[in-house]
Design a protein around this ligand. Structure first.
Ligand SMILES: [Zn+2]
Ligand SMILES: [Zn+2]
Length: 644
């Protein structure tokens, strides 16, 4: 007999060889019909794999990430089976599950090209094969056997993967007519895959290496129920309309130039207004919270990043060092601004009474990303981070955490991110060796974070073993207007950099001590934050953020003078206003400006000019009638005040 421990810590005895599926059946038949994978001592397994030793288990349905993984990864196998049936010469790279669905990288064989027009055909084949209810069968084999199998099949990609595996860890999975090199886990059979959609095709270099062959990557998603697929496709449609790359162009916020370089965003005037408002908003809050602004250069000596450890992390795989012509000095484009701030901390002696020191900067940083990974403003090579640093005593960690949480909550409230959760990442209690810093400080900091989140009443998930080796952290995960999750806002404790930079303060005991460093970035990067904001608001920025708040539409040229009078009046109140001087019909002017999502359209003609009024159209609400110019300004100011 073996002992099985369930998530509620109850323990039951079972016969050796019991399977996850049997455990689910033992609980209820409905659970057994929904269970997709099982965690066995932290490793995710097929529910049909026999458990031979005492084990802690967790059963996973589709709503768990582990359940989705098994479902989507099995679907990748199903797609591969369909592809092999349709393209007999095809060879396979890798086929993982991803955040939403799965993909498979394939080499269709000489002269064969798979395009998007083939997707319906592949989808149809997948449905046909799924209905055969083929079982996924796992077989553990030796490295030798695996090599033999793929040599015979002539798949050099799988052979390369096998070459890197250790003998004794290799397994094959077969379902229907398809066998794949795979660790699993998979579904018991294909029958649960009820809804299938292949989404698109892209090129992908084998092993992500630009020098190697470009394979065809086919993306798809599947669900256990048809209505779930419909909902997902609907969400995709909404997401498409909110795509920040599209809206960024339409609203003239930012652009890219191949001449300047890929992944290097160029902020256009309107985007710059938006960004500056956001930056000034955070600067103001930070000032109120005792942050001191600093400015540091975009590059630093290579030695600086060797000291900080960033060279080890980013050096090899990032931009090459810049060297000076005469002295041969080496500089790096900075991947982070933390090392510079450590040197500012060190610029003078610090006493316990000086702490905390809070240094704030919007710092431009540069990291190399492969061109295939670049995506709008969310994956770029040059960006600006609001990573600021708090240097404090160990006993101040909690108070500082509470203050940073306050800043983040204020930002979320102001920007209308109502739905969010937090994740607290702590040490792995069973493997304390891999973390830097004293036990005492870790315990203090972890307790401080938990207490701070409790004090603030934050909904949280605690993840053990998810902390960085240098300190625990708190992340905010925000749901946007269409329910997608974004990680925004991080507070990270760091024992490593103070150690590496030998930071000190003199304590009340006259002895030297190490301060604790806290990195915190409420926005993260400005680029990514603006992207999220665009997608969250669908480009309909609230009045205080809108690059253009008001546009004046004269009915004809005759009223341009009055339009200018209105413009000057509004400018006096710092209301960002422009005039549409085009010689177009008023109906067309209204439609064109509505597309630009400007909060207020003011129509001015004879009636308005003689009565010193404006006729107002409000975004999303339509015609609001005429108003005295003074009253309009008062109502705008009221709307702005309500925001803060
Ligand atoms: Zn697999
Ligand atoms: Zn930092």
């Amino acid at each position: 007999m073996i002992k099985i421990t369930f998530p509620d810590n109850s323990v039951r005895e079972y016969k050796e060889g019991i399977r996850g599926l049997d455990l689910a059946k033992d609980i209820s038949s409905s659970l057994a019909s929904e269970v997709l994978a099982v965690s066995v001592n932290g490793e995710v397994w097929d529910v049909t794999r026999p458990i031979m030793t005492d084990a802690k288990i967790r059963l996973h349905k589709f709503d768990d990430p582990e359940g989705k993984h098994a479902f989507w990864h099995s679907s990748a196998h199903l797609m591969a089976e369909a592809l092999e049936a349709l393209y007999p010469k095809i060879k396979f790279g890798i086929g993982p599950s991803i955040e939403n669905g799965f993909y498979y990288d394939v080499d269709p064989g000489n002269g064969v090209v798979i395009t998007e027009s083939a997707l319906p055909k592949i989808e149809k084949k997948m449905y046909e094969l799924a209905r055969q209810n083929s079982k996924f069968v796992r077989k553990e084999i030796s490295k030798n056997e695996a090599e033999k199998y793929y040599k015979a099949k002539g798949d050099e990609y799988k052979l390369e993967l096998i070459n890197e595996l250790e003998d004794g860890t290799i397994s094959l999975y077969t379902h229907g007519n398809f066998t794949d090199l795979c660790r699993g886990p998979h579904l018991p059979d294909t029958s649960t895959i009820k809804a299938i959609k292949l989404l698109n095709i892209a090129g992908a270099y084998w092993r992500g290496d630009e020098k190697r062959k470009q394979l065809t990557r086919i993306y798809g998603i599947t669900f256990p129920r048809k209505n779930m697929l419909d909902e997902y496709l609907d969400l995709l449609e909404q997401a498409k309309e909110r795509d920040h790359r599209l809206l960024g162009r339409e609203l003239e916020l930012f652009t890219f130039s191949s001449k300047v370089g890929q992944g290097l965003p160029l902020w256009l005037p309107k985007g710059t207004v938006l960004r500056e408002i956001l930056e000034n908003f955070l600067k103001k809050v930070q000032k109120e919270h005792g942050y001191l602004p600093v400015i540091t250069p975009h590059i630093g000596q290579k030695e600086l990043y060797v000291t900080s450890g960033h060279y080890e992390k980013y050096g090899k795989d990032s931009f090459r060092p810049i060297t000076t012509p005469a002295e041969g000095e080496e500089f790096l484009l900075r991947p982070m601004n933390c090392p510079h701030h450590c040197e500012i901390y060190k610029s003078k002696p610090r006493s316990y009474k000086d702490l905390p020191v809070r240094l704030a900067e919007f710092g431009a940083v540069y990291r190399y990303e492969q061109s295939g990974e670049l995506h709008g403003l969310t994956r770029v090579r040059g960006f600006t981070i609001d990573d600021s640093h708090i240097f404090c005593r160990p006993d101040q960690v909690k108070e500082e955490f509470v203050k940073v949480i306050d800043i983040i909550l204020y930002i979320f409230r102001t920007l209308d991110f109502k739905d969010f959760t937090t994740q607290v990442s702590l040490r792995d209690p069973y493997d304390r060796e891999k973390y830097i810093g004293s036990d005492e400080n870790w315990e203090k900091a972890e307790k401080a974070i938990i207490e701070a989140t409790e004090e603030k009443g934050l909904e949280k998930v605690v993840e053990y073993g998810e902390a960085a080796f240098y300190g625990p952290k708190l992340d905010f995960i925000v749901k946007d207007a269409i329910g997608r999750k974004w990680q925004l806002g991080t507070i990270q404790v760091d024992y490593n950099l103070p150690e590496r930079f030998e930071l000190e303060y003199v304590g009340s005991d006259d002895q030297k001590h190490r301060p604790v460093m806290i990195h915190r970035a409420p926005f993260g990067s400005m680029e990514r934050f603006v992207a999220v904001l665009i997608e969250h608001t669908a480009g309909k920025f609230p009045l205080w953020l809108a690059p253009d708040q008001v546009v004046i539409l004269p009915i004809s040229e005759k009223f341009n003078d009055y339009a200018e009078k209105v413009l000057n009046f509004l400018n006096n109140y710092d209301i960002r206003t422009l005039i549409d001087y085009r010689n177009e019909k008023i109906g067309k002017k209204i439609r064109d400006n509505e597309v630009k999502k400007i909060p207020y359209l003011l129509i001015v003609g004879e009636k308005e000019a003689t009565s010193n009024t404006v006729s107002i159209r409000k975004r999303g609400e339509g015609d609001k009638g005429a108003m005295k110019l003074e009253d309009f300004v008062i109502s705008l100011n009221k709307e702005l005040e309500k925001t803060f």
